[in-house]
Design a protein around this ligand. Structure first.
Ligand code: PAF
Length: 292
C-alpha cells in the first residue's frame, strides 16, 4: 500500500496536484465522517479509475446545503479517521478545503436552481438543500475535472438531480451510482446514525423494514406497495414519518409502471433518516402513486 493520499486544502494545491494526474480521474464527493458506505463509494471509484487512473476524494461539510435549523455545527468532522479510510481505499488525493476556500466571497450570489424535481420530497422538507448540493457539486466538478463522479444510491433524489444537472448544463462527466450499504440489522449506513441512541435505533429500523415490505408487495402494484410500507410504519408511532411514497427514479414525480423507487424519510429521536428501495411496478394499478 502507498503512504496514503496527498492532502490538498487549497484550490491552488488541488490544481497543482490535478495537473500531474493521469486519467481517468474519478471524483468521490463527500462531507467526511466516512463510514462503510463511503468505503464502498471509494472502492467503486478506485475500480473505475483502474491502475492507471486517479481517485480524488473531496471532504467538505458544505454550509450551503444546511438550513438554519439543521445540524451544520453538530455535523461530525473526523478528518484523521477519514484520511485513514481514504488511504485504505487507495485514494490518490483528498481535497479538504475550508468554507472560506470554497466560498471566498461568502455565500455565492449565483447558485444552481434544482428545478421542479428539487422541490419535491427532500426539497420540500429541506428548503434550499438541493440548490446547495448542486452548487457545491458543480464547483467540485470544475475544480477537479473528473471523467467520472460517483454518488451513493442512498441519496437517490440527490443522484437524480445531479444527473439532471449534468444533462441540462452539458457537463462532460459520467455519473456512476453506487449501491447503499446496510448494517446487519438493515439500517442504511449514514454519518447521522452515530446520533442514534439504542432506543432511537430500534425505532429507526421500522424504516428499512417498511421499504422491504413495500418491495415484497411490488407485484401487487402501487397501492399494495404503499399499503405494505405504511402498515409497517404505523406500528412504530415513535418514528416520525415525513413521507413514504412511490416515485419515478428520474423526476421524483408520480411513479409509472416499470422501474420505480419507494422513498421514505423519518425522524427517530432528533435524527432524520432517509432511505429508498428500487422496485418494478406492474402495468396494472400502478398509476398516480406518488402522493404523500
Ligand atoms: O452526499 C453528500 O455527502 C453531499 O451532499 C455532497 C454530494 C458531498 C455535496 O456536499
Amino acid at each position: 500500500m502507498s503512504d496514503g493520499p496527498q492532502l490538498a486544502t487549497t484550490r491552488a494545491d488541488l490544481a497543482a496536484a490535478r495537473a500531474l494526474m493521469r486519467g481517468p480521474v474519478v471524483l468521490a464527493p463527500t462531507m467526511g465522517a466516512l463510514h462503510d458506505g463511503h468505503a464502498r463509494l471509494l472502492g467503486a471509484a478506485r475500480t473505475l479509475a483502474g491502475p492507471p487512473g486517479s481517485v480524488i476524494v473531496s471532504i467538505f461539510v458544505n454550509p450551503l446545503q444546511f438550513g438554519p435549523n439543521e445540524d451544520l455545527d453538530r455535523y461530525p468532522r473526523t478528518l484523521d479517521a477519514d484520511l485513514a479510510i481514504c488511504a485504505r481505499e487507495r485514494a490518490d488525493l483528498v481535497f479538504a478545503p475550508t468554507a472560506a476556500e470554497m466560498y471566498p466571497g461568502g455565500r455565492p450570489e449565483v447558485t444552481v436552481d434544482p428545478g421542479l424535481a428539487g422541490q419535491r420530497f427532500e426539497g420540500e422538507f429541506r428548503p434550499g438543500f438541493f440548490g446547495g448540493v448542486l452548487t457545491v457539486v458543480l464547483k467540485l466538478l470544475h475544480l477537479t475535472r473528473p471523467a467520472i463522479a460517483v454518488f451513493g444510491q442512498k441519496d437517490a433524489q440527490q443522484l437524480a438531480l445531479v444527473r439532471r444537472m449534468i444533462t441540462d448544463l452539458n457537463l462532460d462527466v459520467v455519473i456512476e451510482p453506487v449501491p447503499t450499504v446496510r448494517d446487519p440489522d438493515g439500517l442504511a449506513i449514514s454519518s447521522r446514525n452515530r446520533y442514534l441512541s439504542a432506543a432511537d435505533r430500534a425505532v429507526a429500523l421500522a424504516l428499512p423494514r417498511a421499504l422491504l415490505a413495500g418491495h415484497a408487495a411490488a407485484r401487487g402494484g402501487a397501492d399494495a406497495v404503499l399499503a405494505a410500507a405504511r402498515g409497517v410504519l404505523a406500528v412504530q408511532p415513535a418514528l416520525d414519518v415525513d413521507y413514504a411514497a412511490l416515485v419515478d427514479p428520474g423526476t421524483f414525480g408520480p411513479a409509472a409502471p416499470g422501474p420505480a423507487l419507494l422513498v421514505a424519510a423519518a425522524r427517530a429521536g432528533r435524527t432524520r433518516l432517509i432511505d429508498n428501495v428500487a422496485l418494478v411496478l406492474p402495468a396494472e394499478g400502478a398509476g398516480d402513486a406518488a402522493h404523500h
